[in-house]
Design a protein around this ligand. Structure first.
Ligand SMILES: [Zn+2]
Length: 201
């Protein structure tokens, strides 16, 4: 039920392929998402993303997105749109990394409505950002990691999200998904069902 991780584990998880994994042909995990992270933009990895996108383990595209704390916003945007198109071509979910760019994101999805479900990973935003995202993309899902589930407003934010569109993750923390589940106090069966449904697994 770990919707987004960069580490292998024995719990069911979606493994986000690193630049190194993109050029290899095997990984341990059963479910993977190929993408070029906005921190590691590199044109040459597009070939690896396309190859992995045809693999039977591929359950989504990304992570991709926009990060104002990192350089090359224009290249990040080009890469994001490329992943967005690929996800729609394949009818797969898109996994988003959004840091200090929610207004850019809303501007984009208002103009160009997404056609597949999206997962806003490591969501650290507000109630207003949840409702704004859902207004332009009703199939936006939100995933919370070890830091966010410990925040005082977590339970409150969780309640704002449609029940079938909320998930949990470990990202690159090294914390187990069972610990995240425990801290979050959310329903195990609910996040398990949402995990299976979003990624069609
Ligand atoms: Zn990540």
């Amino acid at each position: 039920m770990d919707a987004h991780t960069h580490r292998y584990s024995s719990d069911p998880h979606v493994y986000i392929l690193s630049p190194k994994d993109l050029s290899s042909i095997t990984v341990e995990s059963d479910y993977v998402c190929p993408g070029i992270h906005p921190w590691h933009l590199n044109e040459s990895h597009k070939t690896g993303v396309i190859q992995w996108s045809k693999n039977s383990k591929c359950v989504g595209i990304g992570e991709t997105g926009l990060d104002r704390l990192y350089p090359d916003f224009d290249r990040q945007l080009e890469s994001f749109l490329w992943h967005w198109d690929l996800a729609e071509e394949l009818g797969k979910p898109l996994v988003l990394h959004i840091v200090k760019t929610s207004s850019d994101l809303f501007h984009l999805i208002k103009k160009r409505r997404p056609k597949t479900p999206w997962l806003w990973h490591d969501f650290q935003g507000s109630h207003q950002e949840i409702s704004e995202a859902l207004k332009f993309h009703p199939q936006m899902h939100f995933s919370f990691g070890p830091r966010s589930v410990k925040k005082t407003n977590f339970a409150n934010l969780w309640q704002t999200i449609p029940h079938e569109q909320r998930l949990i993750e470990t990202d690159d923390s090294g914390v187990s998904i069972l610990e995240v589940l425990e801290f979050s106090k959310v329903s195990k069966s609910e996040v398990e069902n949402n995990f299976h449904k979003l990624f069609s697994i």
